[in-house]
Ligand binder design. Structure first.
Ligand SMILES: [Zn+2]
Length: 132
């Protein structure tokens, strides 16, 4: 595969998406994935996300759900849900296992060092300072 400009950031996003889908272990819609990715530094644009999900061989479409925001309204439409393809499952095995932060149970830690997320870290430091 040819390397293109911005491919390293794209690879980082792709790896995180693989880790995320591996962690939740159920199909996720575009919208649900965006909910997870807002916590990422610099986030990920919906265009880039769509592009990766639809074109990368690590992901495949599982099925369809009604778009979450508009259930019952006239502009309710079907959105795809995604799972890891066999290639994605294989890649997931070579990546660190993602886990929610033990402090807040919200922020997902994508590295092997299971430290608290930066928000929890700052909070802990402040508490230490207040107790000193
Ligand atoms: Zn946390």
């Amino acid at each position: 595969m040819k390397r293109t400009v911005g491919s390293s950031r794209r690879t980082r996003y792709k790896n995180r998406l693989i880790q995320l889908l591996d962690m939740v272990d159920r199909p996720l819609s575009h919208h649900e994935i965006i909910d997870y990715t807002v916590q990422w530094k610099h986030g990920i644009s919906t265009v880039v996300l769509s592009n990766i999900l639809s074109k990368d061989e690590a992901f495949e479409i599982f099925g369809k759900v009604k778009s979450a925001k508009t259930v019952g309204s006239s502009d309710c439409w079907d959105v795809n849900t995604y799972i890891l393809s066999p290639i994605g499952v294989e890649l997931a095995a070579s990546l660190p296992t993602a886990t929610p932060c033990k402090g807040c149970n919200q922020t997902i830690i994508f590295t092997n060092e299971k430290r608290p997320c930066s928000a929890c870290y700052i909070k802990k430091k402040e508490e230490e300072r207040n107790n000193a």
